[in-house]
Write a protein that binds this ligand. Structure first.
Ligand code: HAM
Length: 434
């Protein structure tokens, strides 16, 4: 067995090696193209924010704030946290930069790393990436639907199949308090059968018991009262609007009355998008494997909570690593980025110098050009040119360097021709156009 190197990736964090970058780039390009079409603009916020922003914004009762934040104290004595999600930072930026004065709504997209101290398991990392959308300054159901539609379009464009949209309404501060009371009294009478975490949740945030993954809790939850039956008129109307619009654009969805999401700021609509697959377990049983690729919802009270004027908002985020894992698992192919069409080979010191200059001319002319200036043997250079599958190799040997010429070799036909060095870029442009 080879010895493990002394330094390794921190647990739950991963290098993104050059071979994986094209997946990241493909996903980001797809997300950006679609978000662009719908009028979203990119926003970047710092990776570190004040700890209080998350304890207030994400919410004190959430697992994220209770167990998963990377907190630090700076030399100046500030308490900062590595962002575990985008939403509070973007809302802070909206308030801080007075974006309420811009034409509303303001639509933002973001892409970048997030940090959560999670238990190590497949698909759960301590550093991961999201593509995130936020629309601030509009309260209608159409925005909720548009956000779901955009995420669904992105996943479809990436050729991911078996997608399931789950949706629910978790009401607002008009109707939720009464429902919470109903729920607490239901769970209290069954408290001893709940898991330890749920017994704690029952005190701090009883809604979270509804999405516990423990089987014994799920059995109790399946008989629990549902918030959909207790929504106030406004929330009921809003949710009806969302479902009608989803029907209108023929997006397939599933109502899940127990979907509550693990963040405190949500009001009204919440949703998740899963990929679902049948797999064989270790003991050969058919099992359904669900993977949450995306989650989001409306958060009408957060802007005010973080010190801004009232502004309704809605958003969601895609988990990039989970998407890439699925793309690889399902062997989804996409065209490779275009490689070089021309290769510069050189022989001798003077030729090397001329090639270096010629490479710059090709760059300015935007012709992708390969080289291996570090190699001196012509054979080795031509082997590289073959691997790159270029159309033409340009060779400058000692003679060519002295005469100010270059030898063009058509890699398909093997035909060779010598031309003036200063005509090389123009000639290549002409040939590559054909
Ligand atoms: P979230 O459900 O916590 O929502 O995360 C969204 C997605 O990020 C998840 O569906 C999952 O694909 C991915 N994800 C979350 N945690 C991890 C992890 N530890 N490792 C890998 N992937 C992960 C939010 O973050 C909200 N801020 C979304 C939102 C925006 N709501 C409104 N606006």
């Amino acid at each position: 067995m080879t010895k493990k190197p002394k330094f390794q990736e921190p647990a739950g964090m991963h290098d993104i090696l050059p071979g994986e970058q094209r997946y990241f780039q493909k996903v980001l390009d797809t997300c950006e193209n679609i978000a662009d079409f719908y009028g979203f603009q990119r926003i970047e916020t710092p990776i570190l924010e004040q700890t209080e922003l998350f304890s207030k914004g994400t919410g004190l009762s959430t697992d994220i704030v209770q167990k998963q934040m990377y907190n630090l104290r700076t030399k100046g004595g500030d308490y900062l946290t590595l962002r575990p999600e985008f939403t509070p930072g973007i809302t802070r930026a909206f308030v801080e930069h007075g974006m309420k004065n811009l034409p509303q709504p303001v639509k933002f997209y973001s892409f970048g790393p997030l940090f959560r101290y999670e238990h190590s398991q497949a698909g759960r990392y301590r550093q991961f990436h999201q593509f995130n959308l936020e629309v601030i300054g509009e309260g209608g159901p159409i925005i909720d639907v548009q956000i779901i539609q955009i995420f669904y379009n992105i996943l479809q464009e990436l050729k991911l199949k078996n997608l399931i949209i789950e949706i629910n309404s978790i009401g607002d501060n008009q109707c939720r308090p009464y429902y919470k009371k109903l729920l607490v009294s239901y769970f209290r009478s069954r408290e001893s059968a709940l898991c330890v975490d749920c017994r704690r949740r029952l005190k701090e945030n009883p809604l979270r018991v509804l999405d516990c993954k423990e089987e014994k809790c799920q059995r109790i939850v399946s008989q629990a009262p549902q918030l959909i039956d207790h929504l106030c008129q406004e929330c009921h109307h809003h949710f009806k609007g969302v479902l009608e619009l989803l029907d209108e654009i023929e997006l397939p969805y599933r109502l899940n009355p127990y979907l509550v999401r693990g963040l405190d700021y949500y009001t009204k609509t919440v949703f998740e998008i899963f990929s679902q697959e049948q797999k064989k377990s270790e003991d050969e049983k058919e099992i359904t494997v669900r993977n949450a690729l995306c989650g989001g919802g409306r958060y009408d009270a957060l802007v005010k909570l973080l010190g801004g004027e009232d502004a309704k908002a809605s958003g969601g985020a895609l988990g990039i690593e989970r998407i890439i894992e699925l793309m690889r698992e399902r062997e989804i192919k996409f065209p490779r980025a275009a490689g070089p069409q021309v290769f510069l080979a050189q022989l001798g010191t003077m030729a090397k110098r001329k090639s270096l200059k010629l490479l710059e001319d090709f760059r300015k002319a935007r012709i992708l050009t390969g080289e291996s200036f570090g190699k001196d043997s012509l054979k080795a250079q031509l082997r590289t040119a073959d691997k790159m599958e270029v159309k033409y190799t340009l060779l400058i040997g000692q003679r060519e360097a002295l005469e100010g010429t270059v030898l063009i070799r058509d890699m398909k036909t093997g035909k060779q021709e010598t031309i003036k060095l200063d005509k090389a870029v123009k000639e290549m442009k002409k040939r590559l156009k054909k």
